[in-house]
Structures are given as structure tokens and as C-alpha cells.
Design a protein around this ligand. Structure first.
Ligand SMILES: Nc1ncnc2c1ncn2[C@@H]1O[C@H](COP(=O)(O)OP(=O)(O)OP(=O)(O)O)[C@@H](O)[C@H]1O
Ligand SMILES: [Mg+2]
Length: 375
């Protein structure tokens, strides 16, 4: 039998659990025209949540057009604009016979060249790279224009949205996006990404164009009760047994971290014939730790002594990092060092501010640090 657990890609079917409140909120926002941003630390389940909700909307309200875009590999403003246009044309109609007509209706200033690959039912648009940036408003307004022409409602989901920050003249693009998109009546935007500090700056800094763009969902971890229920049911479904206490052990070892829980559950499941035995979970945890070792070592090698010391201070629960005794006890350097190092560790997704305090994000890295530095 196949393992009921999944990690490494998004989960949006049977391996997806709970998120009932966020599900409802996101679905209701998207179908009611409320732009939404989702922010959380890495691998807590943003992409899975959006995938689950868009699948549900496709099923419940198939008349709504959903366009999904991932900026992971998009490297420039030109590439973004061209891909955005392509996905809009492709999304509004999947009939290749209609694409040429749609392009004629949609573009007034730009003249893209359309290449149709009818075999795989896809298209390419070729733009003049200088013109596309000059006329970016025409591209950014494309979904609204197409929605009006075709009398449809459109939802646009953009993953790894913070990548726009790596483009040249990104602030111009951000301004243009905000100015155009906030006027759209038939298009709703769902913007999310895995670099929490950058996403927070884009959407929560009052000096930036996307400030208060829409509803901001700060995605939390899934609760212990829900994980225990999910783990017990998933084992039972695949004809194996895990006790609620063991399921709780998996959850607490991985500090309710979605990606790691699925991983630990998967390793444990593989080891188990019928019933999870006393050592199964611990041994699986060690396997995961061993597999992450090169990554942890490489991370530590890149950091300075004061940065590593700051990690130790966070792990020890210290919160007054610029206090004289903390700086001396942990060897944190000057207050200026502390401020800079906090920024570095946040940017590397090692620590994050949560409920007012800094926390260490990776539960396995945490165990490795504690052992290696005997904390
Ligand atoms: N609702 C859920 N139920 C069960 N497992 C989940 C859920 N959401 C996420 N996971 C687990 O966590 C993993 C990471 O999820 P996902 O890729 O959606 O997170 P993310 O926040 O988008 O990550 P990143 O920040 O790296 O983009 C999934 O592969 C899956 O194993
Ligand atoms: Mg993601």
C-alpha cells in the first residue's frame, strides 16, 4: 500500500488536513472580490491552502476563471509581464481557436506575436522587450479587460510573489500593479510567498505601494488535536495502527510543523508493519536529522560567530538581546551587531518574530544545534 503521507510538494487532496477556518475565509474572500495576501514562515502550508481552495472553487463555481502563476523561476519584469499576459489569454479561454481573436480584442498598444502549439493546447506570446515595460499598464489591466469582454469573474493567484523584489525597477512595477489592480471590479488577487520578511515588507510597510491591499492572512500552525486526528486516521486508512500518544509525540517532536510532520509520519509508516513500535518514531526522527545534516552544516559555515551566538541565545529563550548581560553572556557583540544579525537570521528563515518573541523556525535544526553546541 502507498504511504498516506506527502511532503515535498503541495498537498490538496487526501493528505490535506483541517485549516477549516482559513479555508472558509480564503474561499469567501476570493469569490467575493476581496484581494488576499497570505504570509507564514516556510513550509507551513500556504501553497497547499491556496491549491485546495482553488480546486474547491473550480468544483463549486466552475464559471469563475482561476489563473495560477508561480514566480519562482521568473527573473525579470519583462518575463513577468509576458508570462502574466500569456496566462491571462490562456486562462480566459482554453480553446486555441479563440486565442488570436482574444489578442486582437485585448491589446491596443502592444502587438504580441502569437505562436500556437495546438498539439499540446498551449500558446506562446512574443513581445518587444522595450515596449512591454513601457506599456505595462496594458498588460496589468489585461485580466479586467478580458473579464469584461467575456463577462466572467477572474481570480488570479500568484505564488512566490516576493520575487518581484528581485526585478530591476521593481518599485515602478509594484506601484503600477497596485494602481491598476485596485481598480479591478471583476478580478480578485491572491498573493502569497515563502519569504516572510519580504512579504511583510511589501504588504505591511505603510511606505510601500501594496500597503493595505486587501485581507492579510497570517497563517498559523495546525493544532495538535487536528494533527493527532489526521495521523491516527491516515494510519488506520492504510491498515496500520498508531496510538494517539504516539501521534502526539510526532506532532510535538516536529513542533506542529506541517512539512516535517508529514515527513516523520511517512518514515514511521514505512518502518511499521502493523503497529508503530516504541522505537519507530525516534529512529525515524534520527533518519530525518541525518538527511538534513549537510544543509545544517553548510548553513552554520556561512555564519559568523556573533550570528551563531545569537542563534544560541534564541534557543535558550533569551529575549533581551541588546541587554548588557545577554550581550556579554552569549557573546553577541554590540547592539548594532545584534540588530544586523537578527536581520540576517530572519532573511535566512532561521528565526522569526512570533507573538512578540523571536523563535527558532526549524524544529530539526533546533535539535541539531542543541546537540552540537551542547545547549
Ligand atoms: N493542510 C495541510 N495538511 C497536511 N499537510 C500539510 C498541509 N499543508 C501543508 N502540509 C505539508 O507541508 C508541506 C509544505 O506545504 P506547502 O508547500 O503548502 O507550504 P508553503 O507554506 O507553501 O511552503 P513554502 O514557504 O516553502 O512555499 C506539504 O508538502 C505537506 O507535506
Ligand atoms: Mg509555497
Amino acid at each position: 500500500m502507498k504511504s498516506p503521507f506527502m511532503f515535498g510538494s503541495t498537498v490538496s487532496t487526501i493528505a490535506f488536513t483541517n485549516r477549516k477556518i482559513e479555508l472558509k475565509r480564503l474561499q469567501s474572500n476570493l469569490v467575493n472580490g476581496i484581494n488576499t495576501t497570505i504570509i507564514s514562515p516556510r513550509r507551513w502550508g500556504k501553497s497547499s491552502l491556496v491549491e485546495y481552495v482553488t480546486k474547491k472553487i473550480r468544483k463549486d463555481q466552475s464559471e469563475i476563471v482561476i489563473i495560477s502563476m508561480d514566480l519562482f523561476s521568473v527573473r525579470s519584469q519583462e518575463e513577468f509581464l509576458s508570462e502574466f499576459a500569456r496566462l491571462c489569454i490562456r486562462g480566459i479561454s482554453d480553446k486555441w481557436e479563440e486565442w488570436a481573436k482574444t489578442i486582437k480584442e485585448a491589446f491596443k498598444k502592444l502587438v504580441p506575436k502569437l505562436v500556437i502549439n495546438a498539439d499540446v493546447g498551449d500558446l506562446t506570446l512574443e513581445f518587444d522587450w522595450n515596449e512591454i515595460v513601457k506599456q505595462k499598464d496594458e498588460i496589468l489591466n489585461l485580466p479586467e479587460k478580458l473579464a469584461e469582454i467575456r463577462r466572467k469573474k477572474v481570480i488570479i493567484c500568484i505564488d512566490e510573489f516576493q520575487n518581484i523584489r528581485n526585478f530591476d525597477s521593481q518599485l515602478d512595477l509594484e506601484r503600477a500593479m497596485r494602481a491598476n489592480w485596485q481598480r479591478h471590479k471583476n478580478v480578485t488577487y491572491c498573493l502569497y510567498g515563502s519569504k516572510r520578511h519580504m512579504m511583510t515588507d511589501i504588504f505591511n510597510a505603510s511606505s510601500n505601494p501594496f500597503y493595505r491591499f486587501g485581507d492579510l492572512i497570517l497563517l498559523n500552525k495546525i493544532s495538535t488535536t487536528d494533527w493527532v486526528d489526521f495521523l491516527c486516521k491516515s494510519f488506520a486508512r492504510s491498515k496500520k495502527i498508531i496510538s494517539p500518544t504516539q501521534a502526539e509525540q510526532i506532532t510535538s517532536l516536529m513542533e506542529n510543523h506541517a512539512w516535517y510532520i508529514q515527513q516523520l509520519a511517512h518514515y514511521t509508516w514505512i518502518k511499521t508493519d502493523k503497529e508503530v513500535d516504541a522505537n519507530g518514531i525516534g529512529e525515524s526522527f534520527e533518519e530525518i536529522l541525518a538527511s538534513q545534516l549537510p544543509f545544517f552544516e553548510a548553513t552554520i559555515e556561512r555564519l559568523s560567530n556573533t550570528q551563531i551566538n545569537l542563534m544560541k541565545a534564541v534557543l535558550s529563550g533569551e529575549q533581551q538581546y541588546t541587554g548588557t548581560s545577554a550581550m556579554r553572556n552569549y557573546g553577541l557583540g554590540t547592539p548594532n551587531n545584534v540588530r544586523k544579525n537578527i536581520k540576517v537570521l530572519e532573511e535566512l528563515d532561521i528565526i522569526d518574530k512570533y507573538d512578540g518573541n523571536y523563535i527558532f523556525l526549524d524544529p530539526v535544526f533546533k535539535v541539531w544545534m542543541t546537540r552540537t553546541f551542547r545547549l
